[in-house]
Ligand binder design. Sequence first.
Ligand SMILES: C[S@@+](CC[C@H](N)C(=O)[O-])C[C@H]1O[C@@H](n2cnc3c(N)ncnc32)[C@H](O)[C@@H]1O
Length: 292
Amino acid sequence: MINTLTFVDGGVAVTELERVPPGVDPNVPSSARVYDYLLGGKDNLAVDRAFADRLLAVAPDARTTTRANRAFLVRAVRLMAKLGIRQFIDLGTGMPASPSVHEVAHGIDPSASVVYVDYDPVVCLHAEVLLSSGENVTSVQADIRRPGSVIKDPEVNRLIDFSEPVGLLMVGVLHFVTDEEDPAGLVGEFADRMAGGSHLAISHAMAESAPEARAQWSAGTANSPTQSTFRSHAEVLALLDGFELLDPGLVPVQDWRNDELPLFPDDTPPRFRIDGAVGRLGRRTAGRGDDR
Ligand SMILES: C[S@@+](CC[C@H](N)C(=O)[O-])C[C@H]1O[C@@H](n2cnc3c(N)ncnc32)[C@H](O)[C@@H]1O
């Protein structure tokens, strides 16, 4: 589908055409495409760029924080792989970004298995074409608010042996699960299915962000099917219940095991803040798996 856009540039009305994938509403921003735009990608529409630009107007660090979130994901996967994890489930994959989870995992062990899971059909299409490069990498379209649909998916079970430790990634996705949808319960359902020694990486948009950034985000998603919930440090810690947090615990993503130069050198707290943590499951018997 071709979408016609008209905007004013230097006092002149300009009309532009943009190609919209089938089944996509060009008037509704998508979290995957907004994130892609903030990362500097090209897989986004005017509606996504407008949403992100309004956020950047009140939180100019949002782009830096988004990149720091992606870098956190890369460091978390590399650490898990170094700790011996050989199978990963990436819940809320997003548009392809480099390096991808399987590139990082395969840098440590090329035989590692990676399953990408997202509910956005366009993300899944990209994942199938660009990410699923080989027999031990696959992509599944599913909604993580129904953990059973992921845990029981035949393609997930083709690559993931739940009797062995799993690296579960919930990076930049749980803030799209509302309190009514019970994010702690859904994390618990995945944890119940995972073997001792499994690891969970979480990152989350924080209630400690500037009020203007939170308000802008909420206003931008008011008419969207994707609602966001910024949670406090204590609320995000509660989502990690049952996991033993690796050092340094739940901290802003740019500070999590990051040896690079400070991203926020003058120590000003980011106006758009995302915190991240990696936790380890203790010894347990895997295997319940609920129907949700
Ligand atoms: C902000 S992106 C994060 C991408 C990647 N995890 C990262 O941190 O670099 C969030 C992704 O989660 C996906 N998502 C949001 N809610 C979801 C749900 N209930 N089930 C599956 N995917 C979801 C969106 O489609 C989007 O691709």
